[in-house]
Design a protein around this ligand. Structure first.
Ligand SMILES: N[C@@H](CCC(=O)N[C@@H](CS)C(=O)NCC(=O)O)C(=O)O
Length: 201
């Protein structure tokens, strides 16, 4: 299997954490792809031009990160990161949506401030993203008991969201007003899959 990869993408990191958790990281052929350069070849593997994209051994092209993560989990006969059914499944998927949503706002914020020329920036749009991140983190603070001990796909997405905030805005202290989430993250950070996938430029 080939994974279109970027070391800074938190969505790629979700896939890599899942791969490490289920013991198939070695089976992934990492193919770096920069979706932002003008001559990028990422659209050959994902028409939306985004990473991650997975090319399976059967030649299927899979995207986006929720789909790829669930596909990898389906290859695993052991403990599942995606609960099969019932309340546990909806809780895990909703937490994944919360983590991914924080990421969507954070990545938008980063693009708006790093890539968009200053004269074209729209402060109200930046404030909207910041507000979404703040509300998402506040919701996660309340959800900590649900995040709990079970390291499912919801926890994977939340770890990637918090890791991305630390990576891009190390000076911002999201922890101060969210002590339970900070404690939860400090515990999860020690997992080998999380340590092995720390973002880097
Ligand atoms: N919903 C997608 C988001 C993927 C995404 O936005 N990836 C970024 C890199 S962090 C990208 O490739 N962006 C290129 C673009 O938006 O054109 C997922 O979960 O995989």
């Amino acid at each position: 299997m080939k994974l279109r990869y970027s070391s800074t993408s938190p969505y790629v990191r979700k896939v890599m954490i899942v791969a490490h958790e289920i013991g198939i990281a070695e089976r992934l052929q990492i193919v770096p792809g920069n979706p932002w350069v003008s001559d990028t070849d990422v659209p050959q593997d994902n028409p939306l031009g985004k990473v991650p994209a997975l090319i399976t051994d059967d030649g299927a092209h899979l995207y986006d990160s929720p789909v790829i993560c669930e596909y990898l989990d389906s290859l695993n006969l052991g403990r599942k990161l995606f609960p099969a059914s019932g309340a546990a499944r909806w809780a895990a998927l909703r937490l994944q949506a919360l983590g991914d949503g924080i990421l969507d706002a954070a990545v938008t914020l980063r693009l708006e401030t790093v890539m968009r020329p200053a004269e074209y920036r729209w402060p109200a749009w930046l404030a909207r993203q910041e507000a979404a991140i703040g509300r998402g983190l506040d919701a996660a603070e309340v959800e900590v008991p649900q995040l709990g001990e079970d390291f499912n796909i919801g926890a994977v997405a939340m770890v990637c969201a918090l890791g991305y905030l630390d990576f891009r805005w190390p000076e911002d202290d999201w922890r101060k007003a969210r002590p339970r989430l900070a404690h939860w993250y400090a515990m999860k950070k020690n997992r080998p899959s999380v340590q092995a996938t720390m973002p880097h430029d």
